[in-house]
Design a protein around this ligand. Sequence first.
Ligand code: DQA
Length: 142
Amino acid sequence: MKQILILNGPNLNLLGKREPEIYGNRSFVDYLQTVELVFPDIQIRYFQSNHEGELIDKIHELGFSVDGIVINAGALTHTSIALADALSAVTAPAVEVHISNVHARETYRHHSYLSAKCRGVIVGLGLMGYELAVRYLLSLGV
Ligand code: DQA
């Protein structure tokens, strides 16, 4: 069975409560159930942490065995060379997702250290971005 790792970074545990005008009203745990229904034949491994090192540890732990990584590193996207290095270090292809259109927001959100380490980037499509990223990774047929 194929496995896809979905990684969420800081503050994304508050989806549904956090700035709903930007991030919507739905919790990620609720949305994840939809993703699992859409892709019944794969195993979704989900991990969220507010701590950079824990995200890096999870990439190290699963990044050589899963078929793909969907990563929304939250604000660490814009600051973390260490997370970018972790994505480079492992074999699984990754897709970067942002719920909001970061390019329509503050300029400090326009740069990502992760994008160059990912196959592609999905921004501004809301939670649907995660589903599209999973679909793309499965299409790679790895
Ligand atoms: C985000 C965008 C980031 O700039 C922000 O820090 C987040 C969420 C998004 O999904 O739109 O925490 O990654």
